[in-house]
Design a protein around this ligand. Structure first.
Ligand code: FA5
Length: 346
């Protein structure tokens, strides 16, 4: 029986060191230390041994049992520790992995262009102000020398706000930023130098160069002795900073009811250097904005003495500048929200 006990211990130790998981360990425990194990059987048979052998074999059997129990506990601790280490390793952060990119937004091309325009005028001493998009008919038309029935109103058809009562003054979505000329002059005496960027609305069919909602910028300078030379100097500087220092600028007569004289401002084509190409429609020139000397009647409307003060005003389309500078062929791309288009300006 002693031999059998020793052989059993040997076998148990070999298999214990091979057990790698807690399931294998449990199977081992049932097999070698469980109630139905061979060792328990042998212990139960002690009574049938001759009395002189009993103490010796009994002591050896009990010693083997407790030795196996100790070995089991040690093995169990080792397997648990290994499992914990594996779990920690699985959760570990690999600090050498490259980071995931964080999506970063960018300014809309129209916002970028407004900033570029206003930065140039700021550097020339102009203040930047904004005004209401919902405007009285008075500021959008009347005070700009465009009375009711004036044919120029057809050029700037707009969206009207339905009045709640017959007697209410007519309101509309402004068709240009020019109403701010009057608003500014009403609240400030000269000298005045402001630029007004903002959204404007027109009731017209959209196409590659026309939107019904778009942005303009307005400029106004009023003071004593302000002349057409000041207007030209300001626009020369602005146009060259915007379109390139080598550009030539052309002023041609044009009509806007709120300026006299009125001009349209052209720049020689920067694609062909004025020779004529498909970009400038073979003319060599590109029209970029309207301008003129503030009409005396507009000064009067705003409460400024036209005998003492004179001024100039100018205005242009923000998207038109982007179209021209980036050679984009359709204005509708700006507000179609196609991320592939917008990303090109990021
Ligand atoms: C005006 O709106 C005048 N208020 C400009 C002005 C200001 C003249 C001060 C004199 C003194 P006009 O209607 O031409 O003018 O519009 C000015 C610019 O707005 C145009 O040159 C064009 O670039 C842009 N624009 C006009 N209509 C549209 C449209 N439907 N879509 C996009 N841009 C437009």
């Amino acid at each position: 029986m002693l031999d059998r006990l020793r052989a059993l211990e040997q076998e148990a130790r070999t298999l214990l060191s091979a057990a790698a998981t807690s399931e294998e360990l449990e199977r081992w425990r049932i097999r070698f230390l469980g109630r139905k194990s061979e060792l328990s059987d042998l212990l139960r048979q002690l009574g049938s041994l001759p009395p002189e052998e009993r103490p010796k074999v009994g002591a050896a059997a009990n010693q083997i049992k407790s030795a196996l129990e100790t070995a089991f506990t040690e093995r169990q601790r080792a397997i648990e520790a290994a499992a914990r280490a594996a779990a920690i390793a699985a959760e570990a952060v690999d600090v050498t992995l490259p980071g995931r990119p964080v999506p970063i937004g960018a300014l809309h091309p129209t916002t970028q262009m407004i900033r570029r325009i206003t930065e140039i005028f700021s550097s020339l001493g102009f203040d930047i102000v904004t005004g209401p998009e919902v405007e009285w008919d008075y500021y959008n038309f009347e005070a700009l020398n465009i009375p009711r029935g004036h044919p120029a109103r057809d050029q700037w058809d707009t969206f009207w706000i339905t009045p709640e009562e017959e007697s209410e003054r007519p309101m509309l979505l402004r068709t240009h930023t020019s109403p701010m000329q009057v608003r500014i002059m009403e609240r400030q005496q000269p000298p005045i130098r402001v630029v007004v960027p903002g959204r404007v609305y027109r009731y017209e069919a959209t196409d590659a160069t026309h939107e019904s909602v778009f942005f303009q910028f307005e400029g106004l300078a009023v003071g004593e002795g302000v002349t057409m030379a000041d207007l030209k100097g300001t626009i020369y500087t602005f146009v060259r900073r915007m379109f390139g220092e080598r550009r030539r600028v052309r002023f041609r007569c044009d009509f806007f009811p709120f300026v006299e004289p009125g001009v349209d401002v052209g720049v020689d084509c920067w694609v062909c250097d004025g020779a004529g190409c498909s970009f400038c429609r073979r003319s060599g020139w590109i029209e970029v904005m309207g301008a003129g000397m503030v009409h005396p009647r507009v000064l009067e409307y705003a409460g400024i003495d036209p005998k003492r003060y004179t001024g100039f005003a100018f205005g242009g389309g923000v998207e038109r500048f982007s179209l021209l500078l980036h050679r984009i062929d359709d204005i509708r791309l700006f507000y179609a929200n196609d991320i592939r288009f917008l990303r090109q300006f990021a």
